[in-house]
Design a protein around this ligand. Sequence first.
Ligand code: NAD
Length: 262
Amino acid sequence: MGTLSGKNAVVTGSTSGIGLAIARAFAGAGANIVINGFGAPADIEKERSAIETDYKVKAIYSAADMTKPAEIADMVATGEKTFGSVDILVNNAGIQFVSPIEEFPIEKWDAIIAINLSSAFHGIRAAIPGMKKRGWGRIINTASAHSLVASPFKSAYVAAKHGIAGLTKTAALELAQFKITVNCISPGYVWTPLVEHQIPETMKARNLTKDQVIKEVLLAAQPTKEFVTADQVAALALFLCGDSAAQITGSNYSIDGGWTAE
Ligand code: NAD
């Protein structure tokens, strides 16, 4: 029996990177999973069926677009209908765009605020009634070191992640007496497609080579000079779902190689 046996989890943005690692860690602990995110259908099906065969749990896929409130509500409802409940919600989907503010495309600002911030509000809003009814819940938001400190050229991302930290605290207070905890995890740089894809934009914004971006921008921020791994973030998320974490709520957990200690 895993520590999450009998529990059902929705993990947004779990077709890749940190979300996929969290989905697999939760499945490894016995939870049924709703995976979500974009990607080639064959790749997504491979990930979904691997979760079922590797961990002997059930996994379904929701194609909900995190810019669409109705689709987010439907994703939670589908999880409840399929598994009987959504006990754990991880708001993890996110995108990045790097540009000076005066050139920042307005549609990129809107997309980042929608996906990285508002989607968590819509997901939490949809999941609360069921969690309250059952008297148990875990809500985890993937924030970022950028929920605590800023970097130039990431205005939308930093604004959204600071917003996520505030939403986490507010929801934690509202749900404190319902045995529902709400926390966020703030990773430093984790080597995932999100980080890889921002390298060309950062090369342009800062006039650097790829190697310089990795050493002088990404790892320069982290005193350990190492990337965080997606599995390390997933292990922290799993801990926050456990009984030992029942009194941890409204917290913002840094996992950033010392970045925000400076
Ligand atoms: P990733 O690109 O590997 O994964 C992002 C996921 O979000 C993918 O599954 C993608 O399909 C999904 N997604 C994107 N837009 C979506 C939409 N409109 N609807 C539904 N799903 C959508 O990135 P990652 O690095 O694993 O990022 C996951 C989270 O971790 C993000 O919130 C990111 O901001 C945060 N984060 C990442 C790092 C890092 O260094 N990689 C650091 C701190 C925080």
